[in-house]
Ligand binder design. Structure first.
Ligand code: CP
Length: 323
């Protein structure tokens, strides 16, 4: 990937809609911005005068905070809308909310919503850029981008790696975005879960499917362990959290039987003692906090690219270096 690539998409709605070249360009741009985040003054003026609105209809710690930090490090103004105390409570629709926010002359709406496809609807209704921060069971594209970025940083490549995604695949937007991203970049992806937590037809995406945790761990270069989503329907698919942990939980004993340098990822928040033990979460193979750190650079890249989508972005790395 070179700095001659021209980004043309005003929105980031999912990795399903991106080519491998576009995904690689986001990663390339993020690597440039990662250097900015290590400086004493972690700020560049590339989005000065732009305004980013965080519109989160669901709770978030990592994603909302890192979008806010990413925007501020690009010198954009940021507004966080607390949906619970907004006119959404009076019945205002997503489209009306989006159009009214847009009337305030903003540039980017970062939206998280419980309905799959909500960001797509919003993007068709406003001229501003829309970035999907997680929609229902559909996609969480910036999470997958930071997962891919972190793994590439650790192992130097994605193509040919064996990546196992373990946990509640059925209710996971992270799983869907990971599958699109890793498959497009040439990884061999296995998904592993109890039968009822595997979506029908998932093998059509090109993944290998197993219910056997040992098969998923054998030869894996990396695992991405997903949260059991007790607020959705994960619990209906397994008798108890303890039984899930015994059969699918990632423990030190299981990690000892894996490749020595297996990379352990988790999007957070973790249910310690359900999908993963604390020993593994905090252990030598875990890159969970590095994923969080990398989320800022990846989201800086996404905000930068969508904000300047109509213009060639050919000079980004050189410009960043000189700021
Ligand atoms: N991984 C993730 O989306 O975390 P948050 O829900 O805290 O944003």
């Amino acid at each position: 990937m070179s700095n001659k690539f021209i980004w043309t998409k005003k929105d980031l709605l999912g990795l399903e809609y991106l080519s491998a070249e576009e995904i690689n360009h986001i990663l390339y741009t993020a690597a440039s911005f990662k250097e900015v985040t290590t400086r004493q003054i972690k700020k560049v003026p590339v989005l000065r005068g732009k305004t980013v609105v965080n519109l989160f209809y669901e709770p978030s710690t990592r994603t909302r905070t890192s979008f806010e930090l990413a925007a501020k490090r690009l010198s954009a103004d940021v507004i966080n809308i607390a949906v619970e105390s907004s006119s959404v409570r009076k019945g205002e629709t997503l489209i009306d909310t989006g159009r009214n926010i847009e009337a305030l002359k903003i540039d980017i709406i970062v939206v998280r919503h419980s309905a799959s496809g909500a960001p797509n609807i919003l993007a068709r209704s406003v001229r501003s850029s829309v970035v999907n921060a997680g929609d229902g069971w559909h996609e969480h594209p910036t999470q997958a981008l930071l997962d891919i970025f972190t793994l590439k940083e650790k192992l130097g490549r994605i193509e040919g790696l064996k990546v196992s995604i373990i946990g509640d695949i059925a209710h996971s937007r992270v799983a869907r975005s990971n599958i699109w991203g890793f498959i497009k970049l040439g990884a061999k992806v296995t998904v592993c879960a109890p039968e009822k937590l595997i979506p029908v037809g998932i093998e059509q995406t090109g993944v290998h499917v197993t219910n056997d945790i040992n098969e998923a761990l054998e030869d894996a270069d990396a695992i991405n362990v997903l949260r059991m989503q007790f607020e959705r329907d994960s619990k209906l698919a397994f008798p108890s959290a303890l039984e899930y942990f015994k059969q699918y939980g990632i423990t030190s004993d299981r990690i000892k039987k894996c490749k020595k340098n297996i990379v352990v990822m988790h999007p957070g928040p973790i249910n310690r003692g359900v999908e993963m033990s604390s020993e593994v979460a905090d252990g030598a193979n875990s890159v969970i906090l590095e994923q969080v750190t990398n989320g800022i650079a990846v989201r800086m890249a996404v905000l930068y690219l969508v904000a300047l989508a109509k213009k060639p972005t050919s000079s980004l790395p050189a410009k960043v270096e000189n700021m």
